[in-house]
Design a protein around this ligand. Structure first.
Ligand SMILES: [Zn+2]
Ligand SMILES: [Zn+2]
Length: 371
């Protein structure tokens, strides 16, 4: 019964699809399989669609979580899984109703490929919080049934509403990670009004943190990086930090008590958040963009004293993502990337687990042609 109903619903939803084509991709067959070469089906562009030849795709830690089904409680992985949501490429074809793009244009796709467009969140430009938002991979595909397939592929077809423009001055391999790491760090700073002359902290110098430093610096803030490893001091300064604090040094931390306007916490491991809340000035904000698996202990005193606030943030809406790309274009900001061929993706995942990358892997999708 259940299966029958599912099949009918699937048939009804996919009935208006006129045609499909085969695309190359790298896919995981199960939570324990390495990613390997595969052929997948994509829809031909319909009226509102843009078809993009993918040139570069960044590797986000979420890709690894999803491939290994580590979020099975919230978002169980459907296999085969084709991850990738930091996509930059060139438009190859557009539907008849597409006005924003034409063949040959640079284009980008981030974490979202669709939403209902009608709810309060969508109308306010917060598509990322739409309850019907469709993620770029492992989300229900209303066109073909099954789930959406992400950017570890030679092409993708996306509704023009979810396709972004890429400033032509940016290095494309380095621009790809802006689509997740860039917007994840830009959005909370933008929302909390980070501006010239403010004191901004960035906790954790990984894929997200290094983008946070670059963006905060470009916004004109006095940037302070908190790290556990003294070895990262020089690099943090190169990325735009004005000061670097070894977070284990309580005396050094205490010197900065009550002085920060904003702190971006990009740590996904268990850590003492109170140590950072105490560094905020009156009405200062700490926003979490990392997601520790276990709940954190928060001292109410840290918040009460000085009316401080603790927030979270998740990527950004489409308009804000475009604004971030344009800002990065004007400021000439891209991620620091290590470009790899797709054949090295499994090795890259192992290195990612050891934080052995400065600071993001970007897959050169030309390498997929030989598969
Ligand atoms: Zn991501
Ligand atoms: Zn919506």
């Amino acid at each position: 019964m259940h299966n029958g109903a599912f099949c009918i619903a699937r048939l009804a939803k996919s009935v208006y699809i006129s045609s499909m084509y085969k695309a190359k991709a790298y896919s995981a067959a199960s939570a324990t399989s390495p990613l390997s070469s595969a052929t997948i089906t994509r829809r031909d562009p319909t009226e509102q669609d843009v078809q993009i030849e993918i040139l570069y795709c960044g590797i986000c830690h979420s890709d690894l979580h999803q491939v290994r089904n580590e979020w099975k409680e919230a978002m169980p992985t459907v296999y085969p899984c084709i991850p990738g949501h930091e996509i930059v490429g060139r438009v190859t074809k557009v539907g008849s109703g597409v006005t924003k793009f034409k063949a040959g244009d640079l284009a980008a796709v981030g974490c979202l490929v669709d939403s209902d467009g009608t709810c309060a969140q969508c109308k306010a430009g917060f598509e990322q919080f739409c309850s019907n938002a469709i993620y770029t991979y492992n989300a229900p595909d209303k066109h073909l049934g099954g789930v959406t397939y992400g950017g570890y592929s030679d092409s993708i077809v996306v509704n023009q509403r979810f396709v972004l423009r890429v400033p032509s001055n940016l290095n494309l391999a380095g621009a790809a990670p802006l689509l997740c790491a860039g917007i994840t760090t830009y959005s909370p700073m933008h929302h909390h009004g980070v501006t010239k002359g403010q004191k901004v902290g960035v906790v954790g110098l990984g894929g997200l943190g290094h983008m946070g430093v670059k963006i905060a610096h470009a916004l004109g803030a006095h940037v302070v990086v908190f790290t556990t490893s003294a070895g990262k001091k020089e690099d943090a300064r190169r990325l735009g930090a004005d000061e670097v604090i070894i977070s284990r040094n309580a005396d050094e931390m205490q010197k900065h008590a009550g002085s920060f306007d904003f702190i971006l916490d990009a740590v996904s491991a268990d850590h003492d958040i109170n140590a950072y809340l105490n560094l905020l000035r009156r009405d200062g904000n700490l926003t979490m963009v990392g997601a520790p698996a276990k709940p954190l202990a928060v001292s109410a005193f840290g918040l009460i004293m000085g009316r401080r606030s603790l927030s979270g943030s998740m990527i950004g809406g489409l308009a804000e993502t475009q604004e971030m790309l344009d800002f990065c274009g004007r400021s000439n900001i891209t991620a620091d990337v290590e470009v790899i061929p797709i054949q090295k993706v499994n090795e890259a995942y192992e290195r990612l687990l050891k934080s052995d990358v400065k600071y993001r892997f970007s897959i050169d999708m030309a390498s997929l042609k030989s598969e």
